[in-house]
Design a protein around this ligand. Structure first.
Ligand SMILES: NC(=O)c1ccc[n+]([C@@H]2O[C@H](COP(=O)([O-])OP(=O)(O)OC[C@H]3O[C@@H](n4cnc5c(N)ncnc54)[C@H](OP(=O)(O)O)[C@@H]3O)[C@@H](O)[C@H]2O)c1
Length: 272
């Protein structure tokens, strides 16, 4: 899916010249970075794996835009600082807080260090980057901030307890910021996809059914920015969201227990 020309123009006029995309080297982040490059945005792209980031930067440069690559781990203070440094002196108008990861299994058996690391990447880095760039956007009287929530954000999710809680934080944070920043001309969008076929499943050790492709998400996400504060991108996400919203919250937890139980059952059968 490609952004229509009038959307490209709207985005560039409203939020140009530079956009920052964390976790831009694969999946949803790569799709968003690609769509923004086709709209003429110069990009600061971030991920940990430098070699992969170099390849992505080459691909994006074919759209005749400038690319700055920041290979950095945003679970570390220095990693976040590198992104802020790279943006010095540039007219940044868009921040896409996309980098994030999940895990799965029984929380009680998980390593505490890895659960804390997940919070650093999924929440703390988002908090720090958003705080820094929201100030800049407020001062310049315009800007856009996209935060990657998830359908898991709207209820507890057994076997992905901490991951789902991290996305509940993002969802709540984004909804409130959208109201606070609106008077300053800054748009905030919470994005809540269902399962998407990316590197996510492998890292989280989940085998997800009925996953969408990342290419289905870029256009609905970017088209929603500045027009609404929440988007559930893609038809399959919408259907899942609709179905979940027909039942009370305790039932949603039960349904998610079944869904996540299915995504992680290979772990219990010894295959993972
Ligand atoms: N896929 C889904 O089903 C799904 C559903 C709902 C929401 N989401 C959310 O969507 C976002 C994007 O995930 P995805 O599905 O596109 O996964 P993905 O394909 O695994 O991409 C994750 C990106 O983040 C980067 N990254 C991971 N840890 C990082 C760190 N510590 N510092 C800097 N970069 C880091 C990865 O590159 P490196 O590994 O090189 O660092 C990669 O570029 C996440 O926030 C995820 O929670 C995903």
């Amino acid at each position: 899916m490609n952004l229509p020309n009038q959307e490209k123009l709207r985005l560039k006029n409203k939020y140009g010249d530079w956009a920052i995309v964390t976790g831009a080297s694969s999946g949803i982040g790569l799709e968003l970075a690609t769509q923004l490059a086709t709209a003429g945005f110069n990009l600061i792209i971030n991920a940990r794996n430098q070699e992969r980031l170099i390849i992505v930067a080459q691909q994006l440069k074919s759209h005749n835009v400038e690319i700055k690559s920041v290979a950095a781990d945003i679970s570390e203070k220095e990693g976040i600082e590198k992104i802020i440094q790279a943006a010095q002196g540039l007219k940044v108008g868009l921040l896409i807080n996309n980098a994030g990861y999940g895990n799965s299994g029984l929380f009680v058996d998980a390593s505490l260090d890895s659960e804390i690391n997940l919070l650093r990447v999924n929440c703390e880095a988002v908090l720090v980057l958003t705080h820094f760039f929201a100030q800049q956007f407020k001062q310049q009287g315009r800007g856009g901030i996209i935060l990657l929530s998830s359908l898991v954000a709207f209820q507890g999710v057994p076997y992905a307890a901490n991951y789902a809680a991290s996305k509940a934080y993002i969802q709540s944070f984004a909804e409130a910021l959208a109201v606070e920043l609106k008077p300053f001309g800054v748009d905030v969008l919470a994005v809540a996809p269902g399962p998407v076929e990316t590197g996510f499943g492998q890292r989280a050790n989940m085998i997800m059914d009925n996953a969408m492709m990342p290419e289905e998400l870029g256009v609905p996400i970017l088209t929603a920015l500045g027009k609404q504060t929440n988007v559930v991108p893609g038809l399959r996400s919408k259907v899942l969201n609709y179905a979940l919203n027909t039942v009370p919250r305790f039932m949603k937890v039960k349904i998610m227990e079944k869904v996540m139980g299915g995504f992680t059952k290979h772990q219990r059968s010894g295959a993972g």
